[in-house]
Design a protein around this ligand. Structure first.
Ligand SMILES: NC(=O)c1ccc[n+]([C@@H]2O[C@H](COP(=O)([O-])OP(=O)(O)OC[C@H]3O[C@@H](n4cnc5c(N)ncnc54)[C@H](OP(=O)(O)O)[C@@H]3O)[C@@H](O)[C@H]2O)c1
Length: 313
């Protein structure tokens, strides 16, 4: 039976460390990191994510604010809001909750966030720095995944990492992060997508298999090499007749079958999700430090790349 990579407990430990760092930042420099989450419309899944992010940030000692715009908000209103937050010295991190309602352009909104406050790492400048191997920020989900691997001492250097999914928020930045030179990287990365030929054979060659496709049960036991580490990023709501809500959350991995083959696997829920939220807290602290000229934390400095790790190795 595979080792369960417990994202919930690991994230709680990480957030506690970040809370201590925030207290120290406050004591030494008088800085309280500020995070603004911009949410447009009423998407019910977004409501949960926005609430969880705000709660985690506040529990760690971050000053968190939710800017909620109506479904009818125009692109101009959204961008004016981002301009205002960009100019606010008490706001160090800004993120726009996706998806946006139809008619609003997410990319134009992301580009409106000053790169120094872009804690979701979606601004082209930050994506470019990451692609060059010298990240300022790393999107929260890839950072959370790498931190989970580090805390469970999963060997990454020299490993073959296969990532299923090439989105700008998960697959692509994770590929850049794992393949970069140095700590937390040095993997050989294969980035797969819906046009990939013989996905199963490629997946079976992975030491680390990351599923970020949004397809329930895409990864079967037959796609996993015995002993491999499997990271399930997917969050999919599927019908569950007979349950009170009539649905349940599953990942992209057939968890029960894969757990019998893999060396380690993340559950859904309780795996990558909580690590993503802790990574957002980490990025906000890093942004506050950088904007206030307070230097990087000891741990980030030892990781050899701006704000990439909360812990040295
Ligand atoms: N746990 C977290 O914190 C967290 C954070 C972000 C996202 N998620 C979840 O992770 C999943 C992926 O999110 P995303 O935003 O990256 O999704 P996305 O933008 O929809 O991208 C999905 C990717 O998977 C690929 N894909 C889809 N079906 C495939 C198949 N049958 N075989 C191979 N590749 C396939 C797509 O290929 P093409 O490019 O060819 O279309 C695309 O590259 C979703 O379930 C999302 O809810 C979780």
């Amino acid at each position: 039976m595979a080792l369960i990579l417990d994202g919930k407990t690991t994230a709680a430990a990480w957030r506690a460390e970040l809370a201590a760092e925030i207290s120290a930042l406050k004591a030494a420099h008088g800085i309280v990191p500020g995070l603004a989450v911009v949410w447009v419309g009423e998407n019910p899944a977004s409501a949960v994510y926005v609430r969880n992010k705000g709660r985690a940030a506040e529990e760690a000692g971050i000053r968190s604010s939710l800017v909620h715009l109506p479904e009818s908000a125009s692109q101009h209103e959204l961008e004016s809001t981002l301009d205002r937050l960009g100019a606010d010295p008490l706001v160090h991190g800004i993120l726009v909750q996706l998806p946006l309602p139809p008619g609003l352009a997410a990319e134009a909104a992301q580009e409106r966030i000053p790169p120094a406050k872009d804690v979701d790492c979606l601004h082209p400048v930050n994506q470019g720095l990451l692609a060059l191997g010298r990240p300022r920020f790393v999107s929260a989900t890839p950072l959370g995944i790498v931190e989970l691997l580090r805390r469970y001492a999963v060997p990454v250097s020299g490993a073959h990492a296969v990532i299923i999914g090439r989105s700008a928020i998960v697959g692509r930045p994770l590929a850049a992060l794992l393949s970069r030179r140095g700590p937390l990287g040095d993997a050989t990365v294969t980035l797969c997508h819906s046009r990939t030929r013989d996905l199963a054979a490629i997946a079976r060659s992975a030491d680390i298999l990351v599923a970020a496709s949004g397809q329930p049960d895409l990864v079967t036991a037959a796609m996993v090499r015995p002993g491999a580490t499997v990271i399930d990023v997917g969050i999919n709501r599927v019908p569950a007749p007979g349950t009170p809500s009539g649905s349940r959350l599953v990942g992209d991995v057939d968890f029960a079958a894969v757990a019998a083959v893999a060396g380690a696997v993340t559950p859904v829920p309780g795996g990558v999700g909580p690590m993503t939220i802790a990574a957002l807290v980490h990025n906000t602290v890093a942004a506050a430090r950088a904007l206030a000229g307070a230097g990087t934390s000891r741990a980030a400095a030892t990781a050899g790349g701006a704000h990439v790790s909360a812990g040295g190795r």
